[in-house]
Design a binder for this molecule. Structure first.
Ligand code: NAG
Ligand code: NAG
Length: 224
């Protein structure tokens, strides 16, 4: 009898212990799951609570040709422009967009009376550092027939590389430096004066606008 009771008790205790253990495991699991959910929830709400107000979406820049008919470049992009064979830069137009803090450009070219060949042609290399002064004239009596340019989003500036061309024994003289041809943030339009040719470009950078004011250097030429 004693033995039987003992067995029963032992069995009961064991079952009870097992039940308790499984209950405990389930309880722990439940707490863990709830904790996980609530924890995520709490983190989510905390994040929401401390989140800074979202900046208002900036308007995108318009299509370049909408602000500058015939624009040949796009906002913030690298470009290379070269006049057709034996032509030189005649007119330079640009338009600014505040969102890009950049200009788009349109260059027009024309031929030089009596010139159907250039004997020499070279690229200047970068004529300004980002943020730096630009003060460039084609050397060796050459005149400007193209541009390369790269935009840096960090500095909000362009650097330029100028293409210079000349007829053998051509001479440039009577240099004239224009006044600034654009206000910061406003469009630019510059015509090379009749009979003159473009030989240089000058500008300085403004940090507030991420823009430059450009001046152009022109000259007369005499052909051999
Ligand atoms: C150059 O332009 C500025 C305005 O941008 C004007 O005040 C100044 O008189 C001009 N200088 C010359 C030499 O035309
Ligand atoms: C440049 O020349 C064109 C005509 O060829 C003229 O319509 C335009 O107004 C001129 N731009 C400036 C800034 O003088």
């Amino acid at each position: 009898m004693d033995i039987k009771l003992g067995k029963v008790l032992k069995r009961f205790t064991l079952d009870f212990a097992l039940d308790m253990a499984s209950l405990l495991v389930r309880a722990i699991l439940t707490i863990a799951v709830v904790g996980l959910l609530f924890g995520q929830d709490a983190a989510f709400w905390l994040r929401r609570g401390s989140r800074r107000p979202r900046p208002r979406p900036q308007p995108r820049c318009p299509d370049p040709t909408a602000v500058l008919p015939g624009a040949q470049t796009t906002w913030d992009d690298t470009f290379t422009f070269m006049c057709p064979d034996f032509q030189v830069i005649r007119r330079i137009r640009s338009a600014y967009c505040n969102t890009a803090r950049d200009r788009v450009w349109r260059f027009d070219c024309e031929s030089i009376p009596g010139v159907s060949v250039f004997h020499e042609l070279f690229w200047s290399g970068w004529v300004n550092n980002y943020g730096g002064i630009m003060n460039y004239q084609c050397p060796f009596n050459a005149i400007i027939t193209g541009f390369k340019s790269q935009h840096n989003d960090g500095r909000e500036d362009r650097r330029w590389n100028v293409r210079c061309s000349k007829v053998y024994d051509m001479v440039t003289f009577n240099n004239v430096l224009s006044n600034v041809t654009n206000e910061l943030g406003l469009p630019g339009d510059y015509n090379v004066s009749d009979g003159f040719y473009l030989r240089g470009m000058h500008s300085y950078h403004d940090n507030d606008y991420g823009d430059r004011r450009y001046r152009y250097d022109t000259c007369l030429i005499s052909l051999p």
